[in-house]
Design a protein around this ligand. Structure first.
Ligand code: AMP
Length: 437
């Protein structure tokens, strides 16, 4: 057993996995740019009240999972690591007066989130999300834009069969009456409810609908549906969203039990799944509209909508799909594989200065190069270069005196001399021919 290990519920992203996350980041950045969502970064921690007030006190995330940072002194603020991005982004929207910017403000972010939950497969204490938010547009057209953008992300990173489940959870006009109906439904079955759910019944009845307890499955399946209790405005909003999704050719399924885990949602709620993989802990993303959140966090009433994609779960799905297909589903591009074009070696084992200097020049010309910095014989240096998958070796030998080095094609086993002044240009040409040939 090693002396130190990564904390429970966290994991190291080793180079293959970290390269994959880099690729997610590239796809995310590119999509966000194409759709006009501008980057934002907020702190990894906030005043705990941002989450308590924003997400709701009676939510799993706040009650059980908030990763609180112990204050150092009695009077210091209570902080918490961010469990999700929306509350922090909305806090920033209010703080920086973004309501004076052209609306809606379209924002996008990728980074780690923290939830002090019991770790299990697909559920970590530190996990990554790609997130987009559009603040200042009541929808429903933008709701459809956001849902479609989410699905496109999955398609572009190589997930097959991603689909979206959609629901409306009403608004302050119609939800109270529905909650009344729902409460009496559960009260009549109170005796069958697991203790946590019985406890929540009087505090936050909507939570029961997404209870993780298997005992709740049958009770929930027969529960009154909010879509049967929407006010006219909410019903029209849902119809508008569906019309826009249909017009875009976005397939979706209505999911009457989908309520999302946080209090701030109004109207549109959605979750992304891979077809046939729809259990607990299986959502690969989720989001919804939060028309009351800006006001809750101290701004003027402003509508908003967004989603978070769970990148760790996307990675798990890609691994699964690759196993089924017998190949790596997410084709990595050359940068991800750590492509090595050139290794600089030399006849004089001690000439680390010469090797490092030449490698630096080659890298400055834009190629992927490393110098062999061990002090070993030329033969050993060349073996290591081949083993690392380099295409070419640059060999510094006696011809250095006349301003020449050798370029060796490690696969073909051929080599030729070039003037050091031409080296970068010659190599660039050779590498290009090799990459495309
Ligand atoms: P949520 O807002 O809780 O629905 O989170 C959005 C997405 O983030 C989920 O659909 C998951 O894909 C992912 N996610 C949430 N919590 C975790 C976690 N503890 N570990 C890994 N991924 C998570």
């Amino acid at each position: 057993m090693p002396t130190f290990r990564a904390p429970r519920g966290t994991r190291d992203l080793l180079p293959d996995e970290a390269a994959r996350f880099n690729r997610f980041a590239r796809v995310a950045r590119d999509l966000a740019e194409r759709y006009g969502y501008r980057p934002i970064e907020t702190p990894l921690f906030e005043q705990a009240a941002v989450f308590e007030r924003g997400l709701g006190e009676v939510t799993d995330v706040v009650e059980k999972e908030l990763f609180r940072i112990a204050p150092r002194t009695e009077d210091s603020e209570a902080w918490a690591l961010r469990p999700e991005p929306t509350a922090g982004i909305v806090r920033a929207y209010v703080q920086h007066g973004m309501h004076t910017w052209p609306q809606p403000v379209r924002l996008s972010m990728m980074g780690p989130m923290f939830r002090y939950d019991r770790p299990q497969a697909g559920r970590y204490r530190q996990f990554w999300q790609f997130d987009v938010e559009a603040i200042g547009d009541p929808g429903p057209a933008i709701d459809a834009e956001i849902v479609e953008l989410g699905l496109r992300f999955y398609a572009e990173v190589g997930v097959r069969g991603a689909e979206v489940l959609v629901n409306s959870i009403g608004d302050p006009v119609c939800r109270p009456a529905y909650l009344g109906v729902l409460t009496s439904y559960y009260r009549r079955r109170a005796i069958d409810l697991p203790p946590t759910d019985r406890d929540r019944l009087e505090r936050n009845v909507l939570r029961l609908l997404d209870s993780k307890d298997p005992a709740m499955a049958a009770i929930n399946a027969a529960a009154p549906r909010i879509t049967d209790h929407l006010c006219d405005a909410c019903a029209a909003h849902l119809a508008g969203l569906r019309a826009h999704l249909d017009a875009l050719g976005v397939p979706y399924r209505m999911a009457p039990g989908l309520v999302r885990g946080l209090d701030y949602y109004t109207r549109t709620a959605f979750e992304f799944y891979v077809a046939g993989r729809e259990g607990q802990q299986q959502a690969i993303g989720g989001g919804g509209r939060y028309d009351g959140l800006v006001e809750l966090l101290g701004g003027r009433p402003t509508p908003g909508i967004g989603f978070g994609v769970g990148l760790d779960r996307v990675a798990l799905v890609l691994d699964e799909q690759a196993n089924v297909a017998g190949a790596r589903a997410d084709a990595v591009d050359s940068g991800d594989l750590g492509t090595l074009d050139v290794v600089v070696v030399s006849a004089d084992p001690d000439d680390t200065v010469g090797r490092l200097r030449v490698a630096t020049e080659i890298r400055a010309a834009g190629l992927h190069a490393r110098a062999d910095l061990g002090r070993r014989k030329l033969g050993r240096q060349l073996e290591a270069a081949s083993r690392d998958g380099a295409h070419f070796a640059v060999i510094l030998g006696d011809e250095l005196a006349t301003g020449h080095v050798q370029i060796r094609d490690l696969e073909a086993g051929t080599q030729r001399a070039v003037a050091t002044s031409d080296l970068a240009r010659e190599l660039a040409r050779a590498v290009k021919a090799h990459r495309h040939g």
